[in-house]
Design a protein around this ligand. Structure first.
Ligand code: ZN
Length: 448
């Protein structure tokens, strides 16, 4: 019921003799026709769902949970411990953004809906959070006739794949798969023996660059060290920012870049997330105390005033990491306004940029972008790289798919734009000769 022919709105209903579980309950994002799906009724009765199995805390996987609860769902929502904590932060933030957007639309009077309403409110999220129940990895648990088990997927802190079995047949949902060479997150765990695989295909049609993210960062930092400028890195507050902080600290410690260049992390939410990286160190490659040590070397930008003061201080070189990653909002916009007109500075786009966003305009070479009603000249250098991706690329998806003890009976490709999913389908078909399909939205598939 989501992430079919698109990358957002992940939602899969498994029905076994009356036990109904939902694997993920994500929000639709991006173009308007997708976002409008969030306002439609779910294509099932919410009261018939026994439980939700949540693979990870990204909004396109957990973002519709408050809607599910608002519309009558009363059961538990199972996920790993870090996912539980990250989901709390992300859903509260999501409700706040939607309340602010509705408020803004009402004040400006530009919404067709009067009054404009938020998709859900802080109260809806507060009703949802107590329903989250933590489960350890590799610890099978029961929902009605179904047995569920979580395995590490290496994508972001706490991210998991989930197997669902009724004792006769097993379905393995990949969730979002991370990279085998991620500097901070563990490798995706091998696929268990299963009848069916439901796998993501975000990058099903391409491989990432083989220049490592660390190398890209190193070159950018050395360049601003010379120009005495500012390196601005727009970043998601969850996952990407923590990886960046880790790699920059490594480069400094190894003497590959000047150690005295200060790093400013301008994201209050990102700081909360960084604390979870320390608390749940068993879920990444670092040991106890190591992430806290990284954060002790980073300057915290707490208030909006601190953020402004940072723009007024013209001394360089320095590095600023701020959200949002695609320049759709957040404190990073003030930095772009202040820094982009100066050719000594540099902007590093370290993540996927959706068409229609300011980040995408920068990526495609725009010489000016509109921020807060004003045009800002882009005279600084803009660099981009897909090496920072938290998603497996085509070769890694195939590697994971072949990591099980035997070929599954059938593979379903989800969570990809049509072209990515279809290219991967052809590749699996050609190279492995396995039964593989790309399901349509709301398609019902009977097993056995
Ligand atoms: Zn994700």
């Amino acid at each position: 019921m989501g992430a079919a022919g698109t990358v957002t709105g992940s939602k899969f209903l498994v029905n076994d003799k009356g036990t109904r579980i939902l694997v993920d309950c994500g929000m639709f994002q991006g173009f308007k026709d997708l976002r409008e799906l969030n306002w439609q009724d779910f294509p099932f009765d919410t009261r018939d769902i026994n439980a939700v199995v949540l693979t990870h805390a990204h909004l396109d996987h957990c973002g519709a949970l408050p809607l599910l609860v608002k519309r009558g769902f009363k059961g538990p929502i199972y996920c790993t411990h870090p996912t539980l904590e990250l989901t709390q932060i992300i859903l509260m933030d999501s409700a706040k953004i939607q309340e602010e957007d509705a408020d803004y639309a009402n004040r400006k009077g530009f919404s067709k809906h009067r009054p404009a309403l938020p998709l859900y409110t802080t109260e809806d999220v507060e009703r949802t959070l107590p329903m989250l129940k933590p489960i350890d990895l590799h610890t099978p648990f029961q929902i009605g006739s179904l047995t569920i088990e979580f395995f590490s997927s290496g994508h972001i802190l706490g991210a998991a794949s989930a197997s669902v079995s009724n004792g006769v047949k097993k379905i393995h949902f990949s969730g979002d798969l991370g990279r085998y060479s991620d500097p901070l997150m563990p490798e995706p765990e091998a696929l268990s023996k299963t009848n069916y695989v439901v796998m993501e295909s975000t990058y099903g049609d391409r491989d990432h660059s083989n220049v490592s993210s660390k190398e890209v960062l190193k070159n950018c930092i050395l360049e601003i060290a010379k120009s005495r400028g500012v390196l601005l890195i727009p970043s998601f507050a969850v996952g990407r920012a923590q990886n960046l902080l880790f790699e920059i600290t490594e480069l400094k410690r190894n003497g590959e870049v000047p150690a005295q260049i200060p790093v400013y992390f301008n994201s209050p939410m990102g700081h909360e997330v960084a604390k979870l990286y320390e608390e749940y160190h068993g879920f990444h490659r670092l040991g106890s105390g190591q992430f806290a040590e990284i954060m002790s070397e980073v300057h915290t930008v707490k208030t909006a005033e601190d953020s402004k003061a940072l723009n007024d201080d013209k001394s360089g070189p320095k590095i600023i990491i701020a959200a949002s990653g695609m320049l759709t909002g957040g404190r990073v916009l003030h930095h772009v306004k202040a820094l982009a007109p100066d050719s000594r500075n540099m902007i590093l786009l370290a993540g996927f940029q959706t068409p229609g966003t300011r980040g995408h305009s920068l990526l495609t070479g725009s010489k000016e972008i509109k921020i807060h009603g004003l045009y800002v000249d882009i005279n600084c250098k803009v660099v981009s790289s897909d090496s920072f991706s938290a998603h497996a690329d085509r070769s890694e998806l195939l590697r994971w798919l072949k990591s099980g003890p035997q070929a599954p009976e059938r593979v379903f490709l989800v969570h990809g734009e049509s072209q990515s999913a279809d290219e991967l389908r052809k590749r699996i078909n050609r190279d492995l000769n396995w039964d593989v399909v790309v399901p349509r939205m709301n398609q019902i598939i009977a097993t056995n």
